[in-house]
Design a protein. Structure first.
Length: 258
């Protein structure tokens, strides 16, 4: 089973890229972020024609997450991160897809830091860590996939010294991510490629894509039951070079026996 995460950076304008990727790379499950579309504008017909069934949580102009599954209905479990009923941002959705429980997330950026947006990011991370702990306690086969807006280590950024004050690289954020991993989750890409310099995001400025000046901020965390069956992980890097591409590239894992 191939499970991928892809921040599409606007599903309306990037739909041709998404459909091409689905057709060429054929993930069994795809977690999407930054739909930037209200609930009623999700292109469900085009997704269905591509062979996928979907659940989604839209939001006009901002955020938005979705889970796509090839030939099977994702069974929704929740569409908001627990812990703050007043948080109305569309940043989390969770579904059972066959034997695998899939959590799709778009973690807040948090800039500028310090400030209210950074405080919101830390609160969201805390809520996410608690929910991730509850999922681990169940012993199920779980994957938490998405745009985490977290650069875990210096190996995950092209120029670490330029990012020391950025919300993606602040010590509090990196520590929170490290604590989640220490609780029992496996960073799939780093498990397979422990020392490789691999990026998942290149912004549109200063020829960052052409210079390979990127970041690794899209992550797939596996519960122990899934981590034991991890056989491969990678980035569909070439997708970032397609016409009208997202600034993210799809990132994926392959799980044996699923």
């Amino acid at each position: 089973m191939k499970i991928a995460t892809f921040n599409v950076n606007g599903i309306g304008s990037r739909l041709p890229v998404l459909l091409r990727w689905l057709a060429e790379f054929k993930p069994d499950i795809a977690c999407l972020q930054e739909l930037k579309a209200p609930q009623e504008k999700f292109p469900v017909a085009a997704i269905a024609e591509a062979g996928y069934r979907a659940i989604w949580h839209g939001q006009k102009s901002f955020n938005g997450v979705a889970i796509l599954a090839r030939g099977i209905d994702p069974v929704e479990r929740r569409r908001a991160l627990p812990g703050d009923p007043e948080d109305l941002h569309s940043r989390y959705i969770e579904a059972q897809v066959g034997e695998v429980l899939v959590g799709c997330l778009y973690l807040p950026n948090g800039n500028p830091a310090p400030g209210p947006k950074f405080d919101y990011k830390l609160r969201w991370l805390d809520r996410f860590a608690k929910h991730a702990g509850d999922l681990l306690a169940n012993g199920a086969s779980v994957i938490l996939a998405g745009d985490y807006n977290v650069i875990p280590t210096e190996l995950d950024v092209y120029k670490p010294e330029s990012w020391v004050d950025d919300a993606l690289f602040r010590p509090e954020v990196r520590q929170a991510f490290a604590d989640i991993l220490a609780s029992g989750w496996t960073d799939a890409l780093r498990k397979v490629h422990p020392q490789a310099r691999i990026y998942t995001f290149w912004d549109y400025f200063r020829n960052h894509w052409q210079r390979d000046a990127g970041l690794r901020i899209d992550h797939l965390l596996l519960s122990p039951a899934l981590a034991a069956r991890l056989v491969a992980a990678g980035v569909d890097r070439e997708v970032r070079g397609w016409e009208k591409a997202s600034d993210h590239a799809p990132t994926w894992v392959e799980i044996a026996g699923a």
